[in-house]
Design a protein around this ligand. Structure first.
Ligand code: ADP
Ligand code: ADP
Length: 231
């Protein structure tokens, strides 16, 4: 069965007369093995949908199911990578990743080794003891990925993870992420990428979900059939 089912979900912020219909009757599924991109203009409800799928926000109407079960509260199987990294500036690379392992309940004795493995996996070995301010944007986002992977999510959600990076760093990081994903070395079952970069979406994803705004609705779903350069 599907990993995620979004069924007729609406999200309304505020109260009349200052109501914002952020998402209106949106339905879609994400199946195991899929890389799905959610595309649309700023304000069409992409982040709101990600927050609802990860349990950080609740639908006003409709239902979200995870592995067939209605989602209540935080989704323990999903993690978000944010556009602006959201690292703790007072912690080193190692400290940031170890904290995520601590949050998951990994015992202290295993945290260091696991953190070092994750840091190595994203290509940041040698920078364990650096602070976020000492790193480039691309390297900070690698820490963001390492931290997200520390949670061992089944569903990796990403909210514009490349858009705060310069063009070259973004391209490099996209390539590295695709390599990891296609190598199946990640214990991840599915990826949901929010972006407004159609080229990025087509290059990375198996399926595109296109949204429009005012109100935020799904207007199309497209399978990507182009031969993939990395497949
Ligand atoms: P996107 O990620 O596609 O840019 P968002 O989900 O951030 O869209 O926002 C969708 C709409 O909901 C926008 O009009 C936004 O201003 C509004 N919105 C988002 N979060 C809130 C909030 N916490 N309170 C009120 N309005 C919000
Ligand atoms: P993005 O478009 O990059 O997804 P936004 O600027 O829409 O991000 O939203 C950033 C944060 O501000 C989110 O946490 C969202 O909930 C909140 N937010 C967005 N629009 C509003 C709003 N109109 N009122 C209150 N909070 C909002």
């Amino acid at each position: 069965g599907p990993l995620v089912e979004v069924r007729n979900v609406s999200k309304i912020y505020g109260r009349p007369p200052r109501q914002v219909v952020a998402v209106e009757r949106v339905s879609f599924e994400i199946r195991p093995g899929e890389f799905v991109a959610l595309l649309g203009p700023s304000g069409c409800g992409k982040s709101t949908l990600l927050r609802m799928i990860t349990g950080l926000a609740q639908p006003s109407e409709g239902e979200i199911r995870y592995r067939g079960q209605p989602l209540r509260g935080i989704n323990p199987y999903a993690t978000i990578v944010f556009q602006t990294f959201a690292l703790y500036p007072w912690l080193t690379v190692l400290g940031n990743v170890e904290l995520a392992l601590k949050a998951r309940g990994v015992p202290p004795a295993q945290r260091r080794e696991r953190a070092l493995q994750l840091i190595d996996m994203v290509g940041l070995d040698g920078f364990e003891h650096a602070y976020p301010r000492e790193l480039s944007g691309g390297m900070r986002q690698k820490v963001g990925f390492a931290r997200a992977l520390a949670a061992e999510p089944e569903l990796l959600c990403m909210d514009e993870p490349f858009s705060a990076l310069d063009v070259l760093s973004a391209e490099a990081l996209r390539g590295e992420l695709m390599e990891l994903w296609l190598s199946k070395r990640l214990p991840i079952q599915a990826i949901l990428l929010v972006t407004h970069n159609i080229e990025e979406a087509v290059w990375m994803a198996d399926r595109l979900i296109l949204m429009d705004k005012d109100p935020g609705r799904v207007i199309a779903e497209l399978e990507v059939r182009l031969p993939h350069p990395r497949r």
